[in-house]
Design a protein around this ligand. Sequence first.
Ligand code: ADP
Ligand code: MG
Length: 638
Amino acid sequence: MSIQVPEKHEFQAEVKQLLDIVIHSLYTNKDIFVRELISNASDALEKQRHIRILEKEIFDDQLELEINITTDDTANTVTIQDFGLGMSRDELVENLGTIAHSGSRQFLQALAEGSEAKSNLIGQFGVGFYSAFMVAEEVKVYSRSWRKDEEGHVWKSDGSGSYTIETVEGQRRGTKIVLALREDRKSFAKSDTIKRIIEEYSSFVQFPINVNGERVNTQDAIWLKNRTEVEDEEYNEFYKFACKAFDEPMLRLHFNADAPLAINALLFTPSTNIEAMGFTRSECEVGLYCKKVLIDPEPKGLFPEWLRFLKGVVDSADLPLNISRETMQDSALVRKLNTVLTKRYLRQLAEEAKKRPEKYETFWNTFGIYLKEGVTGDFAHQDALTKLLRFESSLTEAGKLTSLENYVSGMKEDQKEIYYLYSENREAIESGPYLEAFRTRNLEVLFIYHPIDEFVMNRLREFDGKPLVSADQDEIELDSLTPEDGAEALSGKDADDLCGWLKNNLGDKVESVRPSDRLTDSPALASNADKVMTASMRRIMKNMNQEVPDMATKVVLHINPRHSLIRNLSALRHQNEDLAKLVAEQVMDNTLVAAGLMEDPKPMLNRVYHILEKVSESRPGEKAQRHKGTEAQSGEED
Ligand code: ADP
Ligand code: MG
């Protein structure tokens, strides 16, 4: 046998950073290292169970798939051993010396975002293996891979920047972690302490856990149980432990089916939308099992992409155990599971919306964006999803929501279309010119605030046979308004003449100009004459550098013959055509701004100055006259 010199390695910089935080953080709950190490052991056993199915040549194949923990309060050590798949030398370097793995990387990323206190974050993410250094002054990891032609190794570190690796003889398959406890962490060398922690965090682990030879956990695949046998608390604990969640579940769906497939599923809707917090795109964390054996913790294709926020377990006895991860996504069986599960989940949402609308609104506010994603991309579930959409509208209070079904049931008798308006928020829509026509006629308008909503509307095109129409569209037929008593308006002829003159002067900027019933308080609006694209979609396309036809040709200018600015303009063009032209151009630009179509406002600013200059010009003639008039008056009074 050759003499072995321990090989010294430096930790990757990120690992050092992480270790520093873990060791020095003020995080008081040191207990979690037990959960983390047991969870790693359980992962390793699960992987080994899978390897057993796929491979023939396995080292130490007769070993039980179990976790053995020993405590020694004289030596002040805790040892956690699993007969899992083990690690080779390279795997030890890769897995324990660098951050390539999921949990810790996410943690570091969250730290980089810098939004929350460190200690808080540690509570939310498991920091995995490195949590051992919260309690240990030295950590030794003995490991032997399941592959026959490997050797055993021991990895050693005090957590201060480097570690060593050397080979060891007589190592069993799997991993044995020995923690030499820090003086102030001695209590973890007591078996009662460890048992208590296991009870708290690890009671759902699917493998036997023995502490000093005594079995402490009960294997409990609660998803195989009957709903009536499981307490809320058990569910929540399962969610936290098995699904590695840090929040409470918002919704829970536990169902068992025999046909068309044997399914036992336990699905949790979290109460937090991780993606919206700025973390990377979440992966669906619903583990796929076959009779309690984990096939894949994050199976691709089990749920549609837009349900990637779900967590939980799906167990199907119909699944072949040796299905590989690669073929799974294409498997007809997984596709069938996907259909059944998605339908069932959507049914839960529909029931929730009906029975507990407030709770559903909370769901909608947290995860609605995913349902919209589904509407635009998943034709198979579009109908069910469409009914789950919620909107603010001109008839709801701010923050209150309505559905398309609700909208339709409240439609006026002769109303044929469903109207919606897009802008960045409620105030912008309510203060803009487009709502006026609908408000005066008591027609409900759905409010949408997100570009994806436009794609949703565009994709749906109609609901319940009624076209969905953007309220800034040009071709909307509305009842004509009965003029209010005393409301002055341009005569039909004057209005038509003004429109002709405006079109002449505005030229290519508008397709046409017409007097309109769409306005009550505003002088003018630009309607979108493009049937294919709404104004904001056009803007999005432009931002994405897509070729879009020149927008000026697609705008129709509506003028309000009752508005005093329009009436003034009709007169002004005979008295001072130059100024009238400036005003006309400015009115036009204002409507484009309101429509969100103004691309370069700078020329407009110059024009505004120009107009202001004219308005502020002293007009000696007028002034003198008015002056004289007053004098004359006062003279008479005298
Ligand atoms: P995570 O579990 O989120 O991947 P950890 O820091 O807990 O992160 O573990 C890092 C990696 O080390 C694991 O992904 C795994 O590859 C490896 N590992 C840790 N503990 C064991 C073990 N007991 N047996 C085999 N591999 C392990
Ligand atoms: Mg881990």
